[in-house]
Design a protein around this ligand. Structure first.
Ligand SMILES: [Zn+2]
Length: 428
């Protein structure tokens, strides 16, 4: 079934931070996005493409609105949806005081399903169509998020948290069950519909060497699964890791020793890393998640995007809810701008959009299927309307270019502006 969507259309073709803006993105002011059976067929000026449509094509007239690729969130904890904005701690205390007690509730599959639905509702309302998601230590928490995502036909990656030390007893697994449960979940979910599995050690502090070794064994047995963990978020955490692993040159080297730094490895934060770490990540095709609202909220540090880019490490933006304070990738982009501005680094709107779409898809090694509107990719996209509320409407009316409009939406926009989210060409 052919469908066509007429609107202003913007997407990225390359990283605007590393290519001239003119060739890194494409903007068609009166554009037509043509979708066939859930897949992008073509994009171009409406005047050129309208006469070519099939007689029975379904045409949506969205003039005055803006179509963007769906946002991709590279690191988020669905289980922490209900502890967003919990006051006053840095990482290690915050985990014990807020995150762990909430995660313990996910032993109950009914509770897990209820939160999974609310999380996906929130994600889609904010225009995020793909995410790399931490569940909890309970296998049933992974079933809950995958079940809910499969029903909505989402491209989503998730995994069971592995942790067997320095954590509450009721959230602790062990190396053998971590391996067996993860393996069973991989067999059940990885590659089913649009779902993918991520081997998910929480971080090096909460996994014994035996458990990291088991995670590495899984990563080798299932090379097209993802590895998803945290890296060098907080200085106190980094010092603990140095004490626990005195033989490793750095925090990243701990993961590397166990075969966990590889293509499709995603490391959240990467704040307190050095050039040698970044070079290792780049050479292994591992990626980093930039989580600005979380890094500011937990007082963790400032992400150095320039150093990551210069080293050649793929980076995507991420909300990191519930250490992060918003499911909105627009808000995440605006906080990223501020984090970089503080370090004398620029983030033009087109590059912010890149980090939340094609760049994030590249970081997740999914850019062959999502991230922009190249023909053959899956038609996950959003419709943004600047006119839905006063702040964005007034500012939009005084912008002179697509860059100015996008920048104003990043700072002033929210879920009210995301008026429709489409998954494989179907409105959610
Ligand atoms: Zn996190």
């Amino acid at each position: 079934m052919q469908k066509a969507f007429r609107a202003s259309i913007f997407h990225c073709l390359e990283d605007p931070g590393q290519h001239p803006t003119s060739s890194a993105s494409e903007y068609v002011e009166d554009g037509l996005l043509v979708v066939d059976d859930g897949v992008i067929d073509k994009l171009g000026p409406a005047a050129d493409l309208l006469p070519q449509l099939a007689d029975d094509a379904e045409l949506a007239d969205l003039r005055g609105k803006l179509i963007l690729p769906g946002f991709v969130d590279c690191h988020v904890h669905y289980s922490q949806l209900d502890i967003i904005a919990a006051y006053g701690e840095q990482l290690l205390d915050w985990l014990h005081r807020y995150a762990y007690p909430e995660e313990a509730k996910f032993a109950d599959p009914v509770y897990a399903s209820e939160v999974a639905e609310a999380f996906l509702d929130g994600m889609l309302a904010n225009g995020t169509t793909t995410a790399l998601v931490f569940a909890t230590v309970h296998p049933q928490s992974v079933d809950a998020i995958f079940d809910a995502a499969a029903r909505r036909n989402l491209r989503l990656i998730a995994g069971k948290v592995l942790m067997d030390q320095h954590c509450p007893e009721d959230l602790s697994d062990d190396p053998a069950s971590a391996y067996a449960d993860s393996k069973a979940l991989i067999e059940r979910w990885h590659g089913k519909d649009r779902l993918g599995y991520a081997i998910t050690p929480r971080f090096a502090l909460t996994s014994s060497e035996e458990q990291l070794e088991a995670a590495g064994r899984l990563a080798a047995e299932y090379p097209d699964t993802w590895v998803h963990t945290h890296l060098a978020e907080n200085t106190e955490e980094v010092e603990e890791i140095a004490r626990l692993f005195p033989d490793s040159r750095s925090y990243l080297e701990v993961y590397a020793r166990f075969g966990l730094v590889r293509r499709r490895s995603m490391f959240a934060h990467c704040l307190h890393v050095d050039d040698a770490d970044r070079e290792l990540m780049a050479s292994r095709h591992a990626a980093g998640a930039f989580c600005p609202t979380s890094n500011l909220f937990l007082g963790s540090g400032l992400f150095d995007l320039e150093a990551m880019s210069e080293a050649g490490v793929h980076t995507g933006l991420a909300t990191d809810v519930g250490g992060g304070t918003s499911l909105s990738m627009l808000t995440t982009m605006s906080e990223a701008y501020k984090v970089l501005h503080l370090q004398g680094q620029a983030l033009p709107a087109s590059r912010a959009i890149y980090l939340a779409t094609l760049g994030a898809a590249r970081a997740l090694d999914l850019d062959n299927v999502i991230g922009n509107f190249e023909a053959g990719k899956e038609a996950d996209f959003i419709v943004v309307d600047p006119q839905t509320h006063n702040a964005t409407a007034r500012r939009a009316n005084s912008t002179a270019s697509i860059d100015e409009l996008l920048f104003s939406l990043i700072f002033l926009g929210d879920d009210r502006n995301v008026v429709a989210t489409y998954i494989q060409g179907q409105r959610t």
